[in-house]
Design a protein. Structure first.
Length: 128
């Protein structure tokens, strides 16, 4: 399997992304799904395979999961149009969402990069 030596957990304004592989190895994707199911009770809601022209070097796999009531996505890509690899994406908008995403990242040994802006939009002070 082609795991990244230093997996990364990237927090953005919209979601968290956990980068685990840079080759799109199907064995890594299978292990990610197994680990999420065993440790967090993840259930696959849907699986889509996009294979352009039947070429295994141009595949994209999408697994839509429910992890403790939240929607997660595991994506495996080998297509050259996008960076190849295996990643996990999940919500981080609420405190509980962020805590769950951090627990998922920790189970893969990922280091965190927080790319969220420390500044809130100006209108936020009126609603927050």
């Amino acid at each position: 399997m082609a795991w990244l030596a230093k997996p990364e957990s990237i927090l953005t304004a919209d979601h968290g992304t956990l980068e685990l592989d840079d080759s799109g190895d199907p064995a890594v994707a299978a292990e990610v799904l197994r680990r999420l199911a065993e440790r967090f009770g993840a259930v696959v809601r849907d699986h889509l395979l996009r294979n352009l022209m039947g070429d295994p070097g141009r595949e994209r796999d999408y697994w839509y999961l429910i992890v403790r009531g939240r929607e997660y996505l595991v994506m495996r890509c080998t297509a050259p149009e996008v960076p190849p690899g295996v990643c996990v994406m999940g919500p981080i908008g609420a405190r509980d969402d962020l805590a769950l995403f951090r627990a998922v990242a920790a189970c893969f040994g990922a280091t965190e990069q927080d790319r969220r802006s420390p500044l809130r939009p100006g209108w936020w002070r009126f609603w927050g």
